[in-house]
Write a protein that binds this ligand. Structure first.
Ligand code: PMV
Length: 356
């Protein structure tokens, strides 16, 4: 599929309103580094989550002229802070759906998780908005296949936030061309066709909230520093190798291999930050203490739990559902004290967005 095939011009008269709920996702193989119009430097693979969701409704009403025009409410209140990001998103996607410019958009959003939880909300937020827009576009193209809808939604979401491309379906998505995944593309994420080992069904992700603050370093800056990073070439090769190996672990249920790749990817991401120019560190002492505790507990208990990190200090603790009771005891007894106000979010792998 080439970029131009995503442009659709057609005419649908009248007003339209829709509402979608989209989940966040957690990358196991990380996307870090981009080029062109939000194209990834390497392929990434993520689990789609269930509870960390954004619900967005959009009312599209016809208007005169082609000036971009929208209003935005977050939790029913005007939030100027989010406007520039939405404006940039709408500007970027309008060439792929020119009819959008002939409408006023009233957008209203709500997150299931606190905005200030340190959980990246751009993936779920941009995915939910992209799904609303594609739903409107579908009114012009009633014969679109499910596959076309998924591709277009992911393509548009990507233009809002790269990782949002992977919040369009579940239980996992691959974004970025990889020889390991047939049909994978830099333009949109796909649901890999392979059979997955049942151990990954309902896999748990407990997000340990170390820092509720806003991200210290924007991901735009983070991706930017990969241009000219001394380890860039090795990193992109590593991600390609890791995604192929992770596919094997997901197929066979080899949890040792899964743990090795997942934790290695999190460490690589943060090592890249620490060795970039400018260099920075997003882990906090509590992040390191939690990681150490996880390693000790895994060695003692022989339970297959592991961690991953986003571009922040919070720790995502991943483990099979069958080990829930022991791991929750461990969290309450040993990890909670490192979390801000003792807070954590119990999430798990899920099936993707829903039309409300
Ligand atoms: O989607 P962005 O531009 O916020 O970048 C996300 C980057 C990471 O969360 C660190 C990794 C990933 O693949 O989600």
């Amino acid at each position: 599929m080439i970029q131009d095939e995503f442009v659709f011009a057609s005419h649908f008269e009248g007003e339209y309103e829709t509402q979608w709920q989209a989940p966040s996702n957690i990358a196991l193989v990380k996307y870090w580094g981009k080029h062109g119009e939000q194209l990834p430097r390497n392929p990434s693979l993520s689990f789609t989550l269930t509870k960390c969701v954004t619900t967005t409704s959009v009312n599209f009403s016809p208007k005169q002229g082609r000036e971009m025009n929208f209003d935005f409410l977050f939790d029913k209140i005007k939030q100027p802070y989010f406007r520039p990001k939405i404006e940039q998103f709408l500007d970027r996607i309008t060439p792929y759906f020119p009819v959008l410019a002939e409408h006023h958009l009233s957008i209203s959003s709500h997150n299931s998780f606190p905005h200030s939880s340190g959980i990246a909300s751009s993936a779920s937020a941009m995915a939910a908005l992209a799904l609303c827009i594609v739903d409107f576009e579908k009114q012009h193209h009633p014969n679109w296949s499910e596959e076309a809808l998924l591709q277009k939604s992911s393509f548009l979401a990507r233009l809002g936030s790269g990782s949002a491309a992977r919040s369009i379906a579940g239980p996992m998505m691959v974004w970025g061309e990889s020889t390991a995944f047939l049909g994978s593309s830099d333009l949109y994420a796909i649901v890999p066709e392979n059979e997955w080992h049942p151990i990954f069904q309902n896999f748990q992700d407990t997000v340990l909230i170390v820092d509720k603050g806003q991200k210290k370093v924007s991901s735009t800056l983070g991706h930017g520093i990969m241009n000219g990073h001394p380890f860039a070439a090795q990193r992109f090769e590593q991600a390609n190798r890791n995604i192929a190996a992770l596919k094997n672990a997901l197929n066979t249920g080899d949890l040792d291999q899964f743990i090795d790749i997942t934790e290695g990817e999190a460490m690589s991401l943060h090592a890249l930050m620490m060795t970039s120019q400018p260099r920075f560190m997003l882990m906090q002492p509590q992040t390191v203490a939690i990681i150490q505790k996880i390693w000790d507990f895994r060695a003692e208990s022989q339970l297959p739990l592991c961690f991953t990190l986003d571009a922040g200090a919070n720790v995502h603790l991943l483990y099979p559902k069958q080990d829930c009771i022991s791991v929750m005891d461990f969290i309450k007894n040993e990890l909670c004290s490192f979390c801000q106000n003792g807070e954590y979010i119990e999430d798990q792998v899920g099936n993707g967005p829903q039309k409300m």
